[in-house]
Design a protein around this ligand. Sequence first.
Ligand code: ATP
Ligand code: MG
Length: 355
Amino acid sequence: MRPVCVLGNGQLGRMLRQAGEPLGIAVYPIGLDAEPESVPYQSSIITAEIERWPETALTRELSHHKAFINRDIFPLLADRLPQKQLLNTLGLATAPWKLLSDPSQWPQIFSELGDFTIVKRRVGGYDGRGQWRIRPGKETDLPTEIYGECIVEQGIPFSGEVSLVGARNADGKSVFYPLTHNLHQEGILRTSVAFTSANRQLQQQAEEMLSRIMEHLNYIGVMAMECFIVGDELLINELAPRVHNSGHWTQNGASISQFELHLRAILNLPMPQPEIVSPSVMVNLIGTEINPEWLSLPLVHLHWYGKEVRPGRKVGHLNVTHADKETLKNMLKTLALLLPTEYQSSLKWAQNKLS
Ligand code: ATP
Ligand code: MG
């Protein structure tokens, strides 16, 4: 099997490495500042767990590597402006939006987008960082240097958020997981719930949308599409050209995890439709120290990233899966006793989803 080098050495790279191990695929997550000579990139397939990177000795070397899968797609999707333009060109629904280039636009923005708007940095935002919720009067709070660097979107009164994680290979074949239900709080994903199958109509709509995007880009590997549900329709919030937090449940709830699926797609290995064995819940561990007591619960799978714990930082996740929803719900109730206050509302949300 050909080795794989992953640009970036965060948790996604780590979990790609873990997924490669049983298959005999050597996966090397690489920090941006690594010496090119220390990395076996010449003979490898190159992928990335991040969407943009500064110029370093390593990234310069990789930028013209023939086996860097999707290389030219990253800059297009890492910037919200060309990403939104692409979606709109393909006729795919998004929240109404504008490029924010000057403070004088605000009266027009409020009259066109309404009183609830969200300003987002074009590049570099994540986990809700680089975003401002702006209502009339509040626009003066925005730092002046953001003009030109941001887009502004209509705030969408969605009934829920879902994401579709899928993969496409070089033959143009695509497979998808069922839509995953996601709860964000303060812009950060707290909890996901996935079932063995999703609402037929929404699933079909989402698969058509993501297929159109992946086909158009001639994309290879796993891509995630985050959506708002509005009535019976999906609006695309954003795309991620990589494995995605809302697909972490597949490590324990699917016959092929998103990490393995990505490796299969980029290495042109067989890529059957993953089977979903049971409903799953994923709980992000955010700024919380590890608690060995979690391991006393038989259905809880701990995935700890080995990072320093800091407030607001994703440091691990817990996957809980069981064929019987009642059993799963009861496990979440017990788990809730072992987690701090800020987890309680999202665990309740997950239990309600399972009801
Ligand atoms: P990620 O960590 O997924 O990369 P991000 O920081 O890039 O997140 P978004 O996905 O754009 O940011 O937004 C984070 C969350 O903020 C969304 O999942 C949603 O809950 C809320 N949000 C974003 N845009 C809108 C909108 N237009 N209307 C309503 N809520 C929104
Ligand atoms: Mg997002």
